[in-house]
Design a protein around this ligand. Structure first.
Ligand SMILES: NC(=O)c1ccc[n+]([C@@H]2O[C@H](COP(=O)([O-])OP(=O)(O)OC[C@H]3O[C@@H](n4cnc5c(N)ncnc54)[C@H](OP(=O)(O)O)[C@@H]3O)[C@@H](O)[C@H]2O)c1
Length: 265
């Protein structure tokens, strides 16, 4: 069985490639430029023809669709045709993920959706400040999320690709515990052996910073709105990772240990 992974250089896709390869599966990693991954094959998700070429001889697809709309997904699904798709969707039903799920459901009955909460990997956004100093500035320090390790999302994806019985399932995935942003910074500091401090930014300051960093305005508003909502109502913790993999979901501390090098100057 040959499996194509898109978003193969990203957080979750890279893990999916690595786990599939380690388990002896024939994996193809769709990449825009050479990246040293096993089974690399060139392709661009905005060019369905290139995806079709990469799909020759492929049986199943781990689909990371790294865009905030599903505008160009239909021709890619046409190229994927009747192959089983494990799609990295999202919890909280953001419009782009729902749009992609709807298109996939129309295209084939052979799908599995992974619906993760916030990624532990989002904390990589703190890395430049941590490398440069001891203070992380962000809004909503007390916002707590059940952050999920990319390893666990990929592990569930690999099961869905390599075992029977996962077609038509929507898996709500989360980490094992709520971690505030203030705690995330403290844990990263513990792991790299340096005291770090969280400094609260107002949502207005955060909006200005995100605008300056080039975030689309609509995304800024939806992200700030979602984070404000999570202060009151955090995302749910689920036991799906443990139920499916047979071991507990990894903690944020484990994630920080796996990524310590990313926070060291
Ligand atoms: N972050 C969260 O908290 C969160 C929560 C729930 C769901 N999600 C979903 O997770 C997905 C992102 O996953 P991730 O964090 O693993 O991604 P990521 O680390 O941001 O990586 C994105 C990947 O997509 C590739 N890519 C970008 N444009 C491409 C193109 N035109 N053609 C081919 N490949 C392209 C990138 O390749 P290059 O190396 O070439 O750039 C990279 O491999 C999104 O769909 C998001 O909605 C995220």
């Amino acid at each position: 069985m040959t499996i194509l992974v898109t978003g193969a250089t990203g957080k979750v896709g890279r893990q999916a490639v690595s786990q599939l390869h380690a388990q002896g599966h024939d994996v193809r990693a769709l990449v825009r430029r050479p990246s040293g991954l096993p089974g690399e094959i060139p392709g661009d998700l905005t060019d369905a023809g290139s995806v079709k070429q990469a799909l020759d001889g492929v049986d199943k697809v781990f689909l990371v669709w790294p865009f905030f709309d599903a505008d160009n997904l239909a021709p890619v699904l046409e190229a994927i045709s009747d192959r089983h798709i494990v799609y990295l969707s999202s919890s909280g039903e953001p419009p782009w993920a729902l749009a992609a799920e709807a298109l996939i459901e129309q295209a084939t009955p052979r799908w599995t959706f992974l619906r993760p909460t916030g990624f532990a990997g989002n904390a990589l956004e703190f890395a430049p400040e941590i490398k440069a100093g001891d203070v992380v500035r962000a809004p909503f320090g007390k916002m707590a999320r059940p952050l999920i390790h990319e390893y666990d999302m990929a592990a569930v994806g690999v099961l869905a690709l390599t075992e029977d019985g996962h077609a038509g399932k929507k898996y709500e995935l989360s980490g094992p515990e709520l971690v505030t942003q203030i705690e995330q910074v403290q844990i990263i500091g513990d792991v790299i052996g340096r005291p770090l401090r969280f400094e609260e930014l107002s949502p207005e300051q955060a909006k200005a910073d995100m605008t300056a960093a080039g975030w689309p305005q609509q995304l800024i508003d939806s992200a700030l709105g979602a984070w404000a909502g999570m202060l009151e109502t955090p995302e749910a913790i689920t036991s799906t990772v443990e139920e499916l993999t047979g071991r507990p979901a990894k903690t944020f501390r484990e994630w920080a240990e796996d990524h310590a090098a990313d926070f060291r100057a």
